[in-house]
Design a protein around this ligand. Structure first.
Ligand code: AHZ
Length: 307
């Protein structure tokens, strides 16, 4: 594409126009509402503007350097850390839900405030989210402030593409090492709405993304959760799952962060999905372990890239 029509350049150009305040930057509009009208458009232009970019991304990211499954607090933290540390890596972030963020839009139950134990406040400093300091822990006034800020930073990274409403249905494997052992070589995807209808529709084959490194952060067991590790058991790559244990904040968070690792070649597991592998406790509504597990997952991925 010529530079002027390259979507990335157009986006950069638009972002470089910094509004200086309603009075000056929007005065051309607000000073004369009776004369207001939008620039003209034809419907096909809208359609092409969306689909050309989406299909270009599908084409480009069919070969990715890293796939991250799940855009909850752990997956987003991993994506941000990895994308900023290694802008040379192409990272596909796959989220089954239409809305990324997983369980991090509220702090716990239906309460707004989000708690993070120290030293996870360092991650909040990194992304510029304000908090109240309560001594051993900090409180963000609304979990959505954390998630929206982190999400915006991830989406602004030129080397990350978020494919939301896209479910990972399987793992791509290659035989490696001793008989029956495999390396993970990518993921099998489908539109989530399609994935939800395999029981009543036939012939809805999936799509694929090749990547030598997959980070799985699909949360604890549930309709979608713990996806990769359950699949590994079915594929006889893990003997069985430890099963997430009851809540113990004191032990749970350290265990998740320290345990974040490559559990089969090419597959790093982080966040609450890991509790299902290791039989770790859940921590309930405190999110420090999710962000630091994401940081560690990103570091493990960099180690694999550099190996
Ligand atoms: O939609 C899921 C969610 O956004 C997504 N996901 C799950 N399976 C997927 C699949 N393909 C694509 N097969 C998939 N996406 O993964 C995301 C997981 O986010 P989460 O918030 O559930 O998990 P997390 O590990 O990032 O954070 C866990 C937060 C919890 S749970 C908990 C407790 O129960 O005690 N405590 C905390 C802090």
């Amino acid at each position: 594409l010529p530079a002027s029509t390259n979507p990335t350049n157009v986006l950069k150009a638009n972002l470089s126009v910094k509004p200086t305040g309603i009075a000056t930057s929007l005065s051309a509009i607000s000073s004369n509402w009776p004369a207001f009208t939008f620039a003209p458009i034809r419907e096909s232009q809208v359609s092409r503007a969306m689909t050309s970019r989406y299909f270009a991304d599908l084409d480009s990211y069919a070969e990715s350097d890293v796939v991250i499954i799940g855009a909850g607090s752990c997956g987003l933290s991993a994506a941000y850390t990895l994308a900023t540390a290694r802008p040379d890596l192409k990272i596909a972030l796959l989220e089954a839900g239409v809305a990324p963020g997983g369980g991090a839009w509220l702090g716990g139950q239906l309460f707004s405030a989000m708690v993070m134990r120290k030293p996870a406040q360092l991650f909040l400093n990194e992304i510029g989210v304000a908090y109240e300091d309560e001594g051993d822990f900090v409180v963000v006034k609304h979990a959505a402030l954390f998630t929206a800020t982190l999400l915006s930073k991830v989406l602004a990274c030129e080397n990350v593409k978020l494919f939301n409403a896209t479910t990972v249905e399987d793992l791509i494997t290659r035989a490696e090492g001793e008989e029956g052992r495999v390396r993970i070589a990518g993921v099998v995807t489908n539109w989530t709405l399609v994935a939800m209808h395999h029981g009543d529709q036939s012939c809805m084959d999936p799509n694929t993304i090749n990547a030598p490194i997959v980070i799985s952060t699909t949360g604890h067991d549930g309709p979608f959760g713990a996806f990769s590790v359950k699949r590994l058991v079915a594929m006889q790559q893990l003997p069985q799952l430890g099963g997430m244990r009851g809540l113990d904040m004191g032990t749970a968070e350290d265990a998740i962060v320290k345990g974040t690792r490559e559990i089969v070649p090419g597959l790093i597991v982080g966040g609450m999905e890991l509790s299902e592998v290791d039989g770790a406790n859940r921590m309930g509504p405190t999110f420090g372990a999710m962000v630091l597990s994401g940081v560690k997952a990103a570091e493990e991925a960099v180690k694999l890239v550099e190996k």
